[in-house]
Design a protein around this ligand. Structure first.
Ligand code: FES
Length: 105
């Protein structure tokens, strides 16, 4: 079974990326060569993997923990569907999820 995620980049272009269970959304996006900084490498310490989750999918993702919330507090352009993509492991349930990269800062 092949899984995928749909990622809208900074230019509004949608990319369908192959996704592997157990990898974070950030790793999938980064490894596909899209423009995501992810400076801390997924340690929840930079917020440069900030993304927006399409509303329909939010209920399928575990809520942000305190560390993620406090990093998001320091991010720019935060919306109610903001998440750090390094903190979301891809699961079968997330097959086809729609994610938009937040503006760079
Ligand atoms: S990659 Fe740094 S917080 Fe996600």
């Amino acid at each position: 079974m092949t899984y995928s995620i749909n990622v809208t980049d900074h230019d509004g272009k949608i990319h369908q990326l192959e996704a592997t269970v157990g990898f974070s959304l950030m790793e999938i996006i980064r490894d596909a060569g899209l423009d995501i900084e992810a400076i801390c490498g997924g340690c929840c310490a930079c917020a440069t993997c900030h993304c927006y989750i399409q509303e329909d999918w939010i209920s399928k993702i575990q809520t942000a923990d305190d560390d993620e919330e406090s990093m998001l507090d320091q991010a720019f352009d935060v919306q109610k569907n903001s998440r750090l993509s390094c903190q979301i492991p891809f699961t079968e349930e997330l097959n086809g999820i729609n994610v938009t990269l937040a503006p760079k800062f």
